[in-house]
Design a protein around this ligand. Structure first.
Ligand code: ADP
Ligand code: MG
Length: 693
């Protein structure tokens, strides 16, 4: 580094005078380059981002002189310092110990650790406002490291004498610095910000709500303001969804003429009559397919409700009418299984069926239409599917809003059927799938008996395995699911590899197959095939089997460390056994010690309705956990809470519909802001980064 040379200040763009909210946060006092970088890592780039950061909680720092002091409570106090002593020990270690008297007459000892520079400001005679947690020992009051301000600080107090916001800052920036910056940002708020819809302003304007969110007069005012902002946020989202749906409806698609002949041949191949629910959904789909606007349908059905047959019937109709279909599965084993099942269901229909997994592609004859079954590979750039008429996505919860948009771009306004086995609570569904019509398979095929589910403590593990062994000896198959693969998983976690040897010995002479995500795909597929054919009596696997694998002979499911899985996921997992209607068992080994964990798992033993279970899971662990594996198109709201704001979500949906009914292209100047927000969101859907921030 050159010395002596004058260092030039780095050049910075002058602030954009046009929109104070679009300024970068480094413009605010106290936020330099370093803190701005840290804030960026939290997703806060502009002043608008900062103002839309919801306080994690509030602290009531108003004087409550009449309230008695209570140990353990945080409270403010006005004090005069009587004596102060700095004690040092070791390098940089010290404590500033003071005795003070409070305005109410109480004596209190205040201590600040490792901040020697405070000694200058906190000297005898200093009048301070302090805020901290009260402690009491032998009748003497004390506070450690209280926040403080000199009493004579002028200006409007930000950190004291009010309800004060505490932000989710992950320790990146001190609360006080951030709070001051918010205060400055609030002082530059424009008087008017156009609302998404004029009626929203009647609930309070945006600048009012933002101020009330950060510095509310009362806690209920803060919550009111949050709900006002959340309603607008949900409205933007619902409008974007509704617009997308309207746009999809504008593109003319290929109307599939009725194919009763084809349908009855598929049903004959199935060898069982469809359930009432299957019939109903099949006719809903046939009706959609017959229209000249593309179908956009979500098929929800609990594990084992028979979605595959419904999909097969839909694809057969489209293929028989001379268009291609694509069925996308989330994993290769599942794609293979579908390929196999469809082979049976579509036998003697003369509809070409192809499997496409990774590079392994059974290339169709040039330009011929047919039914493609595969994984993501189906939708790679280079895969050309001629005359694509229908896309079916199995296990929809693994695909985001944005992915859906890109798949659709593959064909010329193809029909779309997405199938989900993870039942999604209604409000979440409205949010994630607001652009889709919904069909529900609410009836299981006859003779189904849910697996008998038990939650088992670690001490009963040998008993559980012994039970599984007796079932294996009776020719039944056994699944065992582990949360981890390698021995290195550590922390006392039972892993697939750490247990495999003992399990092999226990089940001798039956064959034990192993399948997990880190194996070469061929080996893994071979293991799954081994189990599916019944050659292997036991399958040790990771959650790979969660998604849709159908092995009719499986009767026992053992899940190790069940506490590590979500309920909806466990429900999927146990849906893998008892698929022939014979008695089946699911044993959840719970190694978690908390009572809440046990209770959560017990809910699974009590309920066998997937929707109920999803609801419980949703309440206990939140949307993110329920959707766990969503890769993109992740939904997050700044103000809204998907779990608790159901009523707001419904209201927003109705508002969006009314607004678009009256002003379909959002061309009214009243809706300029909404149009902008909804377009930005729609664009994010397209690119897969659907974060309504
Ligand atoms: P999921 O909805 O979980 O994808 P599947 O389509 O894999 O369920 O069906 C589960 C099992 O139920 C399969 O073995 C299938 O053959 C069988 N099945 C589906 N529909 C019926 C029905 N109407 N009657 C009897 N068995 C059925
Ligand atoms: Mg399935």
């Amino acid at each position: 580094m050159k010395t002596g040379a004058k260092r030039r200040k780095p050049y910075r763009l002058p602030p954009d005078a046009g929109d104070p909210l679009a300024r970068a946060v480094d413009d605010l006092p106290g936020i330099g380059a370093v803190r701005a970088r840290r804030l960026r890592s939290l997703g806060t780039v502009t002043v608008r981002d900062m103002l839309l950061t919801r306080p994690r909680r509030y602290e009531d720092r108003r004087e409550r002189r009449a309230d008695p002091w209570v140990a353990g409570e945080s409270r403010p106090a006005r004090v005069v310092i009587q004596s102060a002593k700095l004690k040092r020990w070791g390098w940089r270690r010290c404590v500033l110990e003071t005795e003070a008297t409070a305005v109410g007459g109480e004596c209190i000892r205040l201590r600040w650790f490792h901040m020697p520079y405070l000694a200058q400001r906190i000297a005898p005679g200093a009048r301070l406002w302090v805020f901290g947690k009260l402690k009491s020992a032998d009748g003497a009051w004390s506070m450690d490291n209280p926040e403080f301000e000199a009493e004579d600080d002028d200006g409007e107090p930000i950190h004291r004498d009010r309800i004060v916001p505490v932000y989710p800052l992950a320790g990146q920036v001190p609360q006080r610095v951030y709070r001051s910056a918010v205060g400055t940002a609030l002082s530059t708020l424009p008087a008017h910000v156009a609302p998404a819809d004029p009626c929203i302003d009647s609930l309070g304007t945006w600048p009012w709500a933002i101020r009330a969110l950060h510095f509310p007069q009362t806690l209920s005012e803060a919550e009111y303001a949050r709900r006002r902002l959340a309603l607008e946020e949900f409205l933007e989202w619902q409008t974007a969804m509704t617009l997308r749906r309207a746009e999809a409806n504008r593109a003319p698609s290929f109307p599939v003429p009725p194919q009763p002949e084809t349908i009855s041949r598929v049903l004959a191949n199935a060898g069982f009559p469809p359930t009432g629910a299957q019939r109903r959904v099949m006719s809903e789909i046939a009706e959609d397919l017959g229209r000249n606007v593309p179908m956009n349908r979500l098929l929800q059905g609990d594990v084992g409700s028979g979605k595959t047959l419904v999909a097969a019937v839909a694809m057969a109709q489209v293929a028989a009418a001379g268009r291609s279909c694509a069925l996308m599965a989330p994993t290769a084993p599942l794609a293979r299984q579908h390929f196999h099942t469809l082979g049976q269901l579509l036998a003697r229909l003369d509809l070409p069926l192809r499997l496409l997994i990774g590079d392994e592609c059974q290339a169709p004859a040039e330009g011929r239409t047919g039914i493609w079954v595969g994984t993501h590979a189906l939708f790679q750039e280079r895969t050309q599917i001629p005359r694509l008429g229908l896309i079916v996505i199995d296990e929809q919860h693994r695909f985001g809003v944005g992915q859906r948009a890109r798949l659709r771009a593959k064909g010329d306004a193809p029909h779309l059927l997405v199938m989900s086995a993870t039942p999604i609570p209604r409000t979440l569904g409205l949010t994630l799938y607001g652009d889709l019509d919904v069909s529900v398979l609410d009836e299981s095929p006859p003779g189904r008996r849910p697996p008998q589910t038990t939650v088992c403590s670690p001490s009963r593990t040998p008993e559980a395995w012994a039970f599984a062994k007796t079932k294996a000896d009776e020719d039944k198959q056994v699944f065992a699911i582990f949360p981890a693969i390698g021995r290195g998983a550590a922390r006392g976690l039972k892993s697939l590899e750490s247990e495999a040897e003992a399990i092999r010995a226990r089940f001798h002479p039956h064959r034990v197959a192993i399948a997990h995500g880190q194996m070469p795909p061929e080996e893994r597929d071979a293991a799954m095939a081994d189990f599916a054919s019944g050659d292997a009596r036991v399958l040790l696997a990771t959650t790979l089997v969660e998604v849709g694998i159908d092995v009719p002979g499986a009767a026992v499911m053992i899940v190790e460390h069940a506490e590590r899985f979500g309920l909806a996921q466990l429900h999927q997992i146990r849906g893998r056994v008892g698929r022939r209607g014979e008695p089946s068992w699911c044993i959840l080994i719970c190694r978690g010690s908390s009572n809440a964990t046990k209770r959560r798992l017990e809910a699974l033993a009590r309920h066998d309705d997937g929707f109920k279970i999803a609801e419980i899971d949703f309440q206990a662990r939140g949307a993110g956990e329920l959707l766990g594996t969503i890769q993109s198109g992740h939904v997050s709201f700044r103000m809204g809470n998907l779990m608790t704001d159901a009523a707001l979500i419904l209201a927003a949906r109705d508002m969006a519909r009314e607004i678009l009914a009256a002003d379909p292209s959002l061309s009214s100047p009243n809706h300029a802001a909404l149009a902008g927000a909804a377009r930005t969101l729609a664009q994010r859907f397209e690119t897969g980064a659907a974060d309504p921030a």
